[in-house]
Write a protein that binds this ligand. Structure first.
Ligand code: APR
Length: 311
């Protein structure tokens, strides 16, 4: 059986975990590529040793050579430095900009028809940079941010209320960082808005736990940042593309006037399928929510302008 081909750039914590999930879910043959010699090859071999135990069909190989990534259907970019305790995602701007630029140039040359999904932080800025550097249309380049933030909100709600995670629908939009827009009014337990279930103070505490969810993990790990949930989140987006599902997921996409925001990549509910980002599923936000999203966009725009990327 032939499988689609997914390249994962960066064979670190997020990249290797994403590769593992792609295999376990039988979604795609995977090529892991990294600058570190031996790392992607060693992890790929270890994953292939798991194949008879888990009984998955697709294969993975590791490489340092973009020639082996040629003709990929999807390229997931996880290359870059992760946060250390006390760092914000924005502290990674300079180092990860250089990495994302070089990765995208090589990856697009090898797979000009691929859909590119960015995971590297600071996510919203790196996704814009990846799009600009790629020369591709905005349909083909998007980022993973809102899926993870929404999943973290769902967990916080489940932990607080004791509700089954399957009964929770949680939504976080906007920047993947401190300016995130967590939306309790549009998040539900068994269809009931969170704002009707819990007092305001408790809702606010869950929002804060969500915004700081990544930092909480960094603080506990002390070395490196979160990777299980980020990997699962990006794999859910790869699945939507490979299965051409048209699924609505909160993804980091180019906004062109939606919610009054333009020329910024930001997480909003959007549809994803075989050709990539298919369109924004625009929600009816109230005035305060719209303002919060626009403020969130302004923080990302400021970083983009500081890098001289817009216009
Ligand atoms: N090309 C390919 N791989 C690279 C490059 C490059 N130019 N530069 C760095 N890498 C690789 C590193 O060698 C390392 O193996 O990227 C990998 C990153 O892995 P980790 O350090 O384990 O980081 P990880 O936790 O996976 O996070 C990666 O995702 O969530 C974000 O903030 C996080 O930006 C970070 C990225």
């Amino acid at each position: 059986m032939t499988h689609p081909k997914v390249t994962v750039v960066g064979a670190g914590q997020v990249g290797a975990t994403a590769a593992e999930l792609l295999l376990l879910h039988n979604l795609a043959d995977v090529v892991m590529i990294d600058v570190a010699e031996g790392l992607p090859q060693g992890k790929a071999l270890d994953l292939m040793h798991m194949r008879s135990v888990e009984g998955f069909g697709p294969c993975v190989r590791g490489t340092n050579d973009y020639a082996e990534t040629a003709g990929s259907d999807v390229v997931v970019v996880t290359a870059g430095l992760p946060r250390r305790p006390g760092m914000t995602r924005d502290d990674l701007l300079a180092s990860n900009s250089a990495i994302v630029r070089s990765v995208i140039a090589s990856a697009v040359a090898a797979s000009p028809d691929a859909v590119f999904i960015c995971v590297t932080n600071p996510l919203d800025v790196m996704t814009y940079l990846a799009w600009k550097e790629s020369g591709l249309c905005a349909e083909k380049v998007f980022g993973m941010g809102g899926v993870l933030d929404s999943a973290r909100f769902a967990y916080a709600i489940a932990e607080k209320t004791g509700a089954d995670i399957a009964d929770i629908s949680a939504l976080a939009m906007g920047a993947h960082g401190d300016a995130m827009c967590v939306l309790p009014r549009l998040s539900t337990v068994k269809g009931r808005p969170l704002t009707e279930l819990l007092p305001l103070g408790e809702v606010e505490a869950l929002v804060q736990r969500t915004v700081l969810g990544g930092a909480e993990v960094v603080g506990l790990l002390k070395a490196g940042s979160a990777f299980y949930a980020p990997a699962a989140s990006v794999v859910s987006m790869v699945r939507a593309v490979l299965e051409d599902s048209g699924q609505t997921l909160p993804g980091c996409v180019l906004l062109q006037g939606e919610y009054g925001v333009s020329d910024v990549f930001l997480s909003v509910p959007a549809r994803f399928g075989r050709s990539g980002f298919l369109g924004v599923t625009e929600l009816a936000l109230d005035d305060a929510e719209t303002r919060a999203l626009q403020d969130s966009a302004a923080t990302v725009a400021a970083s983009l302008d500081a890098l001289g990327l817009r216009g």
